[in-house]
Design a binder for this molecule. Sequence first.
Ligand SMILES: Nc1nc2c(c(=O)[nH]1)N[C@H]1C(S)=C(S)[C@@H](COP(=O)(O)O)O[C@H]1N2
Ligand SMILES: [Mo]
Length: 420
Amino acid sequence: MLQKTKTFPTDRLDSRRDFLAKIGKGALLASLGVFGAGCEAVDQGLLGRGLMPIALLDAQEAGLPKSDMLVHSENPFNGEFAPHLLNDDVTPTARHFVRNNSGVPERAVKKDLRGWKLVVDGEVHKELALSIDDLKRFPQVTMEIVLECAGNGRSLFAPQVSGTPWQRGAVACSEWTGVRLRDVLQAAGVKPNAVYTGNYGEDVPTDGSEPFSRGIPIEKAMDEHTLIALKMNGEVLPAAHGFPARLIVPGWIGSAMQKWLNRIWVRNTVHDSEKMSGYAYRVPAYPIAPGDQPPVEDMRIATAWQVKSLITRPEPHLERSEGMPLKVRGHAWAGENQIEKVLVSTDFGIQWQETQLIPPSNRYAWYHWETELTFANRGYYEIWARASNDTGAAQPFTQPWNPKGYLGNVIHRVPISVVA
Ligand SMILES: Nc1nc2c(c(=O)[nH]1)N[C@H]1C(S)=C(S)[C@@H](COP(=O)(O)O)O[C@H]1N2
Ligand SMILES: [Mo]
């Protein structure tokens, strides 16, 4: 059973003063996500601009889990799909993984836009507080874009690392529609000293801990492919995926793609929230021995994904008759790069054969690949797939290790038995 852990749903209606008394000023400042500048932000009147934390609801109320989902945790909700369920060229919303650090905002579940604003502040000439209608007045663009959690493949790390034990399914390629982030930033007029964004969402934790907040360099924010998405696969964003607005930062790890977005703080320094610091979403600057803990000053912010592929056909442990052709298929993607080729092997990497590569509909969507295999003799086989990108880099056979299990891209292996 899902645990009901509704958070102060009634407190939300209380006056600001009662609210402060109940949860404590520290927690409120924390919930506003303005560390180091907490008082200043309150003075700037953020409370009056729709940035009061709103109640969080549990996953069930947000329509989770989706059917056939492998659920890792219910509160916060984290779930993925097995690779053979990710065979579609464009991932349907019903098959898109969900990764939440806390609850789903009540606004998202109720599709309630009352009082909603997206605030753009910090190093800008003109602070903005945009409604959804304001956002809809900017040119709308649509792109298929891969979205993959930095921890996808974490369960394949040895020795084991802590964190959600994602298998291979915390990745999807849906179609996203929205506004270019750069159009919004240009409307605010970014000052020359801007270097990073600090992004905030409405899923503010209720225990006073720092809200999930990450940021991106201003160059990536100004890239024409970086979006504030309002729609997913042609529909208004579902509650679980960030209603009413989320960032889409193509090629980069999913944590950069803030859901329930309500503030973009343009900063004159690299965003220094908790989730940008220490070992969070950071990887060692150099290869380390499995199990080693490099000093924190040697950690670097994880950004783009590496070259990767998925086998979506056949599903594992299929039984096949000798001499019968077998269709093999999957996707491949490479962060900021392009896919050059995908090879498959059925003899543990001794021999490799080319597959047919189908280019993506647009940059940052995944490629598809397919081929047909015939097994002359019965026995146990593994289908291995290995993608290479246009810089010559290919997927590793053994997973290089890092302390939090990020950016895993070891080759995918699917076992099958061939019978006489
Ligand atoms: N506000 C907010 N945004 C968030 C998160 C979150 O917990 N809160 N999780 C991030 C992470 S770690 C990932 S991988 C993606 C997952 O997006 P999805 O749930 O739509 O698949 O959202 C990102 N954006
Ligand atoms: Mo993630």
